[in-house]
Design a protein around this ligand. Structure first.
Ligand code: CA
Length: 231
């Protein structure tokens, strides 16, 4: 799955270098030169991760980081701070402002891509291409294949994303609204009962190998993927 990354960097050469490398690594890249541009882009499309330079003209990166963290919509977007500063004090300030990681300039593109992958793995594992296996159920994001006990299962694109999200967030109960937000994306206006339709399709797709029992309905709350379902 292509991940959308917003790069907020005022130095054109660095912004270009980062963007080229991220595109090459398979990400979709949005670019901003300052906090104001970044906010406008975020309003239009919520990125999956934000790379944020500390020193920006106008509002600083740290100010933007704080405002992103205080806004319900952007609170959970993974955030990596980029900076020339390397002191312990600045690092602490960055992390306190809500950054998930901190990269000191100069950095190699290879390191940047690796750090992004690590943050996504921790904060949004459904966006990585890592194979997920739970019991005998196996999902491969790179090839878009799902199998149960070695038998191939056929899933539609939405059911695939739903299952990927569930398998990377087991045991937790998600409301329909939360699933819409996480799987369909924000700014997508669909009715909550759409979730029920796709849950039904997902269960049906998993039925041939009996893995539909993983998807549990929690009355009055939503749905949960149980790693070890009670049958
Ligand atoms: Ca800068």
């Amino acid at each position: 799955m292509s991940t959308t990354i917003l790069v907020v960097e005022d130095e054109p050469a660095i912004q270009e270098l980062i963007s080229v490398n991220l595109s090459f690594a398979g990400h979709k890249v949005l670019r901003a030169f300052d906090a104001e541009q970044a906010q406008a882009l975020i309003r239009a499309e919520l990125p999956d991760l934000i790379l944020l330079d500390w020193m920006l003209p106008g509002a600083s990166g740290i100010t933007l980081a704080r405002s992103l963290r205080s806004d319900e919509r952007t609170r959970n977007v993974p955030l990596i701070m980029l900076t020339a500063k390397g002191s312990e004090h600045d690092k602490v300030e960055g992390l306190e402002a809500g950054a998930d990681d901190y990269i000191t300039k100069p950095f190699s593109p290879k390191e940047l891509v690796a750090r992004i992958k690590a943050v996504l793995r921790r904060r949004a594992p459904q966006l990585t291409e890592d194979i997920v296996e739970i019991g005998t159920l196996r999902l491969d994001p790179a090839t878009h294949r799902v199998s149960g006990a070695g038998q191939a299962l056929s899933l539609g694109p939405t059911e695939f994303r739903l299952l990927h999200f569930f398998m990377t967030h087991t045991e937790r109960v998600f409301s329909r609204a939360q699933l819409l937000d996480k799987v369909w994306g924000d700014h997508v206006f669909v009715e909550e009962r759409t979730v029920d339709v796709h849950i039904r399709r997902l269960r049906k797709a998993l039925e041939p190998t009996g893995h539909d029992v993983h998807i549990e309905t929690v009355r009055g709350a939503g749905y949960r993927f149980a790693a070890q379902p009670q049958v």
